[in-house]
Design a protein around this ligand. Structure first.
Ligand SMILES: [Zn+2]
Length: 193
């Protein structure tokens, strides 16, 4: 922005500190601040001018949701588990939380390195998993949990709902409450995240 008010339309994107006008001409609305009679933008956003009220404000630019790509790391919650296929509610991509979670799938052949007979031996509904996106060409997105850092990062007992602790030496999950042991495709980051 130059010294003179250039903003004429409501589509201009401004950044914090951009000069928007002077208080003789406009009221300072939301997303702005004034200093020595000059109105500045407080935020990154779109300039909105209310000509009737002679008020200038800045509507914050909404965050662009993270775009899933091949290789993106996701955190998700296991929904339904069948022998060959499980559905996962994707909660975050590359550490960025999604406002609108969506569903992805894991096929049994991508759950572990090597052979797995049934996904029931790897996941249970309610498990939190870390996975990698292997394909975005088709919907729903396909995930893999093959890899040491991928797999279940938090799980709960299917009998009592208690928190499961990973017993590394026995490669088994054990319920802290009732002692039941369970199997999963456990990530080496289990309980770390
Ligand atoms: Zn239990």
């Amino acid at each position: 922005m130059s010294d003179k008010l250039k903003v004429k339309r409501g589509q201009d994107l401004v950044t914090p500190g951009d000069r928007l006008g002077v208080i003789e001409e406009f009221q300072a609305g939301r997303g702005t601040y004034t200093e020595k009679g000059v109105i500045y933008s407080r935020t990154l956003g779109k300039v909105v001018i209310d000509l009737k009220r002679k008020r200038i404000s800045v509507q914050p630019k909404t965050r662009v949701p993270p775009i899933p790509r091949k290789g993106s790391i996701i955190i998700g919650e296991v929904q339904q588990v069948q022998d060959k296929m499980a559905t996962v509610k994707v909660l975050s991509i590359n550490g960025e939380k999604l406002n609108r979670p969506y569903t992805a799938i894991i096929h049994v052949s991508y759950a572990v390195r090597g052979f797995l007979k049934s996904l029931h031996d790897a996941f249970r509904p309610g498990d939190l998993i870390k996975a990698s996106i292997i394909g975005v060409e088709n919907l729903p997105y396909q995930l893999t949990t093959a890899g040491r850092n991928l797999g279940v990062i938090k799980a709960y007992c299917t009998r009592c709902g208690g928190s499961l602790t990973y017993r590394k030496n026995r490669k088994i999950l054990e319920c802290e409450k009732c002692g039941k042991t369970e199997r999963r495709k456990v990530s080496e980051e289990y309980d770390v995240i």
